[in-house]
Design a protein around this ligand. Structure first.
Ligand code: BT5
Length: 326
């Protein structure tokens, strides 16, 4: 796309103005076309200064989601290398599933600026206003089904690490995969297994991060927060997406190398409610006990009066005795 060729050229010369003549010659486009594309880039959120005498200079990248900017920020080998960014989707998980069925490769990523039918686990809804990061990745890792289920734990750690690296913010993980700050939900993860593909398991990993919008954009009863609320400024969603994909790729590779222990420890370090009294709701049954951590197969360990019990994600809900998020 000419627009991004122009941007590429400007980005390659961050300290200087690039003349319209030079852009025109290098990209074989008219001066009028350049002006039109620069205008479009500004609407996309890129800050570009134009000087009649000197030409154009890229002053600031766009904080809004942009395919080109994500590609620029990516440091991964596979994840996000094929990327689809849509202005609006019902759900990125649904779209990613369709693309996976059509043969989408390992690492294929779908991002939407807005979801009209964002999905949570167990048919719950996920509110997805503009300004959030709604992203799903198709993963075809070299893992058994049992190990593949640990990928949602890996995603929690990846998001926590990305947010810490970028904003020096410490996020907690509420088992199995809610990310919370001061007891309020900041992000959620929806992992779905969509079956085998050449004997390799295919997963769709959906990640939703409440980023650049105020808390009021979510319905009032939710116990939720957003990065904007916490940090007081808008973050670069492209860099955030790329950073999460970087950490996620690392975690997936380390799971493939059978090194779950490190992930288990990293996860445990961030777990909220650890060592405390919790309730586990499994259908009609309620178990009480002390939350001891997660086992080597990723199950939650609960010390009850009748001894240690383990619960795998999906079938149970975790509650503190006091509140939903401790
Ligand atoms: C989750 O489910 O937390 C998984 C959320 C995954 C969302 C991503 S966005 C990209 C991809 N595409 C999708 O369609 N989904 C994934 P669960 O643990 O079931 O939590 C759902 C519950 O969280 C809801 O019932 C609400 O109570 C609450 N909730 C809904 N929207 C929220 C939001 N934006 N922030 C915080 N809490 C929310």
């Amino acid at each position: 796309m000419v627009r991004y060729d122009i941007l590429q050229l400007l980005a390659a010369h961050p300290e200087e103005y690039v003349s319209g003549e030079r852009i025109s010659q290098q990209l074989n486009v008219t001066r009028a076309a350049i002006w039109k594309q620069i205008k479009a880039l500004k609407i996309e959120g890129f800050e570009i200064e134009g000087q009649t005498k000197n030409g154009y200079r890229l002053m600031k990248m766009s904080l809004s989601l942009n395919e080109w900017a994500i590609q620029q920020a990516l440091t991964t080998t596979c994840l996000g290398r094929t990327i689809y960014l849509e202005n609006e989707l019902s759900s990125t998980n649904v779209r990613a599933k369709e693309l996976a069925h059509q043969g989408g490769v390992h690492g294929l990523t779908v991002v939407a600026r807005y979801q009209s039918g964002g999905q949570g686990r167990l048919q719950r809804q996920w509110e997805s206003p503009r300004g959030g990061l709604w992203m799903s990745v198709v993963l075809r890792p070299d893992l058994s089904l049992a190990d593949a289920s640990k990928i949602t734990l890996a995603a929690s750690v990846a998001i926590v690490d990305a947010i810490e690296e970028l904003f020096q913010l410490r996020i907690g993980i509420k088992w199995p995969n809610d990310l919370v700050f001061n007891g309020q939900k900041l992000a959620g993860i929806l992992g779905e297994v969509v079956g085998e593909w050449n004997a390799v398991q295919t997963l769709i990993l959906g990640m939703g991060i409440n980023a650049n919008f105020p808390r009021e954009c979510l319905s009032a009863p939710l116990n939720a927060t957003t990065l904007f609320e916490i940090l007081g400024y808008e973050v670069d969603l492209n860099i955030l997406a790329a950073m999460i994909l970087k950490h996620l790729e690392k975690e997936v590779i380390s799971l493939e190398n059978k090194t779950f222990e490190k992930l288990r420890l990293r996860w445990t370090e961030r777990a909220v409610g650890l060592g405390g009294e919790v309730k586990i709701i499994q259908g009609e049954q309620i178990f009480q006990g002390v939350f001891k951590g997660i086992s080597t197969d990723g199950a939650l360990l609960l010390e009850t009066e009748d001894g240690e019990k383990s619960f795998s994600a999906g079938e149970v809900q975790l509650r503190s005795k006091k509140s939903e998020y401790f």
